[in-house]
Unconditional design. Sequence first.
Length: 383
Amino acid sequence: MATRVASPRSDISPSNAESTLGVGIIGVNPDRGWAATAHIPALRALPNYQIRALSAHSAESARAAGEAFGVGAVFSDHENLVNQPDIDVVAVTVKVPHHRELVSAALAAGKAVYCEWPLGRDLDEARAMAALAAEQGVRTAVGLQGRQSPAIEFVQQLLGDGYVGEVLSTTMIGVSVPGDVVVQANAYMLDNANGANLLTIGVGHSLDTLNYVLGEFAELSAVSGLRRPLITIEETGEQIVKTAGDQIAVIGILTSGAIASIHMREAVAGGTAFLWEINGSEGTLRITADAPYPGIFPLTVWGAQGPDEPAELTVPATLRRRWPALTSLEGAPAYNVGRTYAAFAADIHNGTHTVPDFADAVRRHEVIAAIERSAASGERVKA
């Protein structure tokens, strides 16, 4: 089913910096979900994007989403959406097990794709999608939007300026989901086979930010555990057996020689929500947030040179206001998603690569696979 609103075909060639990119979003719920929370507010704030189509799992849901968000072209079949001539970018915001099918359809149609993280359920799926994108010669972006945070850019600047001297070590801890209750919509994350769990999401987002700032792991050792195997569904009280680990600890050596450790946990009563410390020969940086999702929750940067206790550092306004159209979203989950979309449009128009793409996603999946191998074997592995 579909109702149409006519839109002109947009030119996404790098020479046309003023073009409007038409976006089709797959996986829109009018009442909840990441598309409604982040993608739609972000795209609405940016003048060089226009949401031209939505799709949902049923005709009724698609109609409701179209009415809620004022989009006339709505579909219950993703194939109809990806083949619309006025769609330049397809955003895939569904659950991870469906990513490969939907991303592959969009790539086959020659569309640029912004896919949420994790890219696939595992490394093989991620590699297959990256290979198809390369074969089709289309632009891609993956939702590792922590890289776009002004606070992370500020940390990079401080490190580049020698604020901490030589980076000697780094430590990151966080609590992903406290307690033993989840909502029904997130129950699928309890099954490790679905590829959406503490390792891929809580660790994955945080790990990507650490590696983006400080460099990749050369080798690592990891342990994982499932300490709380029964989780309650909030709406029904039903207890579900959890197969995805709820304790992940990684220690390794970065290519720079710095020692890095990460410990993420969930299903605990509480604890430090997110703390990332970078220790150097001359100083210390500390980054904190309300959860281990650097792209979603606002980050606070603390710093000290010498042995003093770190004090809060103000992120320069020039970094926060790089994309003025997004100022009203600052502090909201849509903010860094919007910065990613803005940078993605600039990449398309300028032929640059500032937003993580599917090849970058494969690298992150490779490190996650290395963590899984080490945890299973008890051995140190190359990352």
